[in-house]
Design a protein around this ligand. Structure first.
Ligand code: ZN
Ligand code: ZN
Ligand code: ZN
Length: 487
């Protein structure tokens, strides 16, 4: 074989010469001058039995990436092995055709069918007392699931297992049995107080509405027992809407509503507060953020601060809070933040009207206010997965007729909560958020250091400034409404 007659070269030789690295390149290996494919393969197969290689033999390729090389190859750790590369293109260890695979599959299936028949007859042949003993260890849910699995089990266990689920004390077990059937009922929704699938009466149009608006999702005889989370005065989030958002996410749009349809921006009907709610799925959980804003004047007396913060109807805060807001420091921190707002701007002419004393600082009060070490840090409720941040922001009041006085200080309270996995109102996060009594949830153990706020804001690419995360209730005193700290 000579360089002068390339047309007579065999395929292997041409490939070998094509793969042959150019002289002068230090990092690649030159193949042996008389390159023999078979010899190369045999060589690589016999590698294991060979005596320790001499320095010349060490140049022989072993595999594509050999990290234990020395010399020139050590610069990259890479050895080029043409034989090994050609082999890797082959389909190894298999001479199967699709037909043979299909035949094998059919044989397996017949074997499985046979074993299945044998299994059923075996179940039926066992003494009924034995099954009674086995099922005595099962919960009513698992008992019903077993009876539901095949005809043999159904006839052994009888219809009693299903009627047992209808007992009032077994309501939760019945819900657990029915819940996996969600995928079969796009037009229905499982009602947890009734443990029944009700037909959705406004399919696809279910939305959050003000509490004064009639907004039934299904016709239920127990509407007052439906679980819901308080968002702001007059607005609640029914658990059934959380269910619908999760169903749409898990099974498709026909099964529920898009999570974006829960987002809302509205003004409170009985105060100057405005709210913006946003929901977002993260790792199978529904996260909620409520940003509540209200313009606030500086140097308010305590009675005015309360007027600004509490709803007169039931003395709850105007902004969004979890069920444990009365314990701990939340309200004191809001009052502390309000106390940092400077008094309103007063030009000297205006100051002179009330007396000869002049305060130069009042001519141009500070615009950017920093809060103190008490009210600035992020706070986490120890009893539920909820975090709070209190801020003062210079905000434009578009309704103010005075164009020189449009930018005012506003108190902004942001709440982030994890509302759980939406499977049941008994899920730990949902229960912890809405239930005032302790549910045993320890948010400092359950949540990561990053916190809900960081997780939530990261989805829109926003990094919130690093804040210390403190407990909302550092003293861990639980007095609820009886406490003196909340008003
Ligand atoms: Zn119902
Ligand atoms: Zn403060
Ligand atoms: Zn809480």
């Amino acid at each position: 074989m000579s360089e002068a007659s390339p047309k007579k070269m065999g395929f292997r030789s041409r490939l070998a010469s094509a793969l042959k690295p150019k002289a002068g390149k230090k990092l690649t290996k030159e193949p042996p001058p008389a390159y023999d494919y078979e010899a190369e393969v045999l060589d690589s197969l016999n590698q294991v039995n060979k005596a320790p290689p001499t320095p010349v033999q060490q140049k022989k390729p072993i595999n594509f990436y050999n990290k234990n090389t020395t010399g020139v190859q050590a610069q990259t750790g890479e050895l080029w092995d043409e034989a090994e590369m050609l082999h890797s293109f082959l389909r190894r260890d298999s001479f199967d055709s699709l037909a043979s695979l299909d035949r094998e599959h059919r044989n397996n299936r017949t074997a499985w069918d046979e074993s299945r028949k044998r299994g059923e007859s075996m179940i039926a042949s066992l003494p009924p007392g034995l099954w009674e003993h086995i099922t005595s260890y099962l919960t009513p849910t698992d008992h019903a699931n077993l009876a539901f699995s095949c005809k043999t089990f159904h006839s052994i266990m009888g219809p009693g297992v299903f009627s047992a689920l209808n007992l009032p004390e077994n309501r939760q077990y019945k819900c657990d049995f029915l819940l996996p059937m969600d995928r079969l009922y796009p037009d229905h929704l499982l009602c947890f107080p009734c443990a029944v699938y009700h037909r959705r009466i406004q399919k696809g149009q279910e939305r959050i509405k003000h509490n004064h608006t009639l907004n039934p999702i299904f016709n239920c005889p127990n509407p007052k027992l439906q679980s819901k989370a308080r968002i702001t005065p007059g607005w609640t989030l029914p658990f059934s809407l959380v269910q619908l958002a999760f169903r749409a996410e898990r099974y498709g749009p026909e099964y529920g509503i898009p999570v974006e349809s829960l987002n809302k921006r509205y003004k409170c009907r009985s105060s100057e507060w405005t709210h913006q709610t946003r929901y977002y799925f993260h790792k199978g959980h529904l996260l909620l953020r409520v940003v509540s804003t209200c313009f606030a004047e500086g140097q308010l007396p305590p009675s005015m601060q309360r007027h600004l913060l509490y709803w007169r109807e039931d003395y709850t805060p105007y902004f969004s809070v979890c069920a444990h807001w009365r314990d701990g420091e939340l309200m004191n921190l809001c009052k502390c933040a309000l106390s940092h707002i400077p008094p309103p701007r007063a030009p000297i002419t205006q100051q002179l009207k009330s007396g000869p004393a002049i305060h130069l600082a009042l001519r141009n009060p500070k615009v950017f206010i920093s809060l103190c070490s008490e009210c600035r840090p992020m706070r986490r409720c120890p009893e539920c997965p909820t975090e709070y941040l209190i801020e003062l922001k210079l905000t434009e009041d578009k309704n103010d007729p005075d164009p020189f006085n449009r930018f005012k200080q506003a108190i902004v309270v942001t709440r982030w909560s994890d509302l759980g996995d939406g499977r049941s109102p008994e899920s730990p996060e949902w229960k912890a958020c809405i239930q005032e009594e302790s549910s045993g949830f320890d948010s400092f153990k359950a949540l990561s250091r990053r916190g809900l706020s960081g997780t939530f804001e990261a989805q829109s690419g926003v990094t919130i400034p690093g804040q210390r995360m403190l407990s909302l209730n550092p003293a861990n005193v639980k007095e609820g409404e009886e406490g003196h700290n909340w008003y």
